[in-house]
Design a binder for this molecule. Sequence first.
Ligand SMILES: NC(=O)C1=CN([C@@H]2O[C@H](COP(=O)(O)OP(=O)(O)OC[C@H]3O[C@@H](n4cnc5c(N)ncnc54)[C@H](OP(=O)(O)O)[C@@H]3O)[C@@H](O)[C@H]2O)C=CC1
Ligand SMILES: O=C(O)CCC(=O)C(=O)O
Length: 431
Amino acid sequence: MASTSTTHHDEPPEEPTKEESALETARRQLQHAADHLNIDQNIVERLKHPKKVHEVTVPIERESGDVEVYTGYRAQHDSVRGPFKGGLRYHPDVTREECVGLGMWMTWKCAVMDIPFGGAKGGIAVNPKELTDDEKEQLTRRFTDELRAVIGPTKDIPAPDMGTDPQTMAWLMDAYSMQEGETIPGVVTGKPPIVGGSKGRDGAPGRSVAIITREVIDYYDKDIKETSVAIQGYGSVGSNAARLLDDWGANVVAVSDVNGGIYDPNGLDTHSIPSHHEQPEAVMGHEAPQTVSNDELLELNVDVVIPAAIGNVLSAENADEVVADIVVEGANGPTTTVASKIFAERGVPVIPDILANAGGVTVSYFEWLQDINRRSWSLERVNNELETEMLAAWEDVREEFEARDVTWRDAAYIVALSRIAEAHEARGLWP
Ligand SMILES: NC(=O)C1=CN([C@@H]2O[C@H](COP(=O)(O)OP(=O)(O)OC[C@H]3O[C@@H](n4cnc5c(N)ncnc54)[C@H](OP(=O)(O)O)[C@@H]3O)[C@@H](O)[C@H]2O)C=CC1
Ligand SMILES: O=C(O)CCC(=O)C(=O)O
């Protein structure tokens, strides 16, 4: 197909700014990977833009009696391979642009895993720690009402992300089902198993980070039992990855939460450190020989560093100071464009988010299948199938990495983009 060069007013600037947004990073990564592929530039152009972004206001009555109005978003990026899919984030920094960027990453993530879903992301600009449980429930139910027309098991299926959890998903499922007049578990994934959630979904993104870390350690001829690991963030992703790697013999020497981290060069007992869900902001309270800041943790003398909290933590400012031999992205978008370039020049492999943390959406897909079939799987089956899917995706990405001599990120994008572009070509312009 002919290729055209189109310019758009909202293209990212030539050089990344210091505070690059998730959307700018996502667009640059897309173009960078597309340059390695012979795909229609029109498709690339289409993929730089979301299909739709829904912006809603979400009023709740606080316990004080005051009404507070929050802004919520659902960015639906691409659905050429199946319904939109992606998490909901409750965090004060949530913006429209961030949701679009994160939604784009979901499109690639589902394609890398060869899951029949497209990409979306949403959230509310709110600090959930400042709300009571009742207020969070009100917020979630009202947000669901506002999005009701645009979500559904065959349209767009939300899931947890930062600041949301299985309880949030249960409220969403209930609010949607009450309005529809029937119980529809497949509208959302990451629910508690008692209401149609999948066993193992909670731990799945951390499990996939651990599986991919194990594979990459082996790929670079290291022994996991002689590998030290530092992990930023001790929530759903960070704590589960830390505990599994610890169980498999790795030496997890540092972990952190929003306030900073703890460090023991002899290794931490990860199971005794409370995760965000067990007790938020409790990492620093755990006994350890040393404390470190979140910035210091990323620069520790370890073999593997895993950012598993927020975006843009590896930037031009610290990429040269990172001592680790390998970076595995547990969080979405932890590495800026400039930092990626620095790591590539320094020969530090960065295993991208769209592969490493894809266990979450993979088990979400298993959950959706279980909901549709009204049949639940055992934890053993979920974990075995997740392992199989992760290893298959790892092999696909590894083949491209070796065949094309590109970065791991480009290799993962090449796998994803090829599948998406083929689907667009097959369906015709412009779904
Ligand atoms: N949940 C999921 O299914 C998936 C999540 N992800 C991504 O993984 C990342 C983490 O998500 P998830 O584990 O779900 O989030 P959680 O809300 O479960 O936990 C977040 C963790 O990060 C800590 N944290 C918050 N802000 C900072 C900060 N500024 N610096 C360091 N640590 C911080 C929190 O500390 P505290 O406990 O003190 O609040 C907490 O330990 C996000 O980028 C998310 O998009 C990716 C795939 C799937
Ligand atoms: O499980 C899902 O649908 C998506 C999880 C998510 O938001 C992510 O992988 O970033």
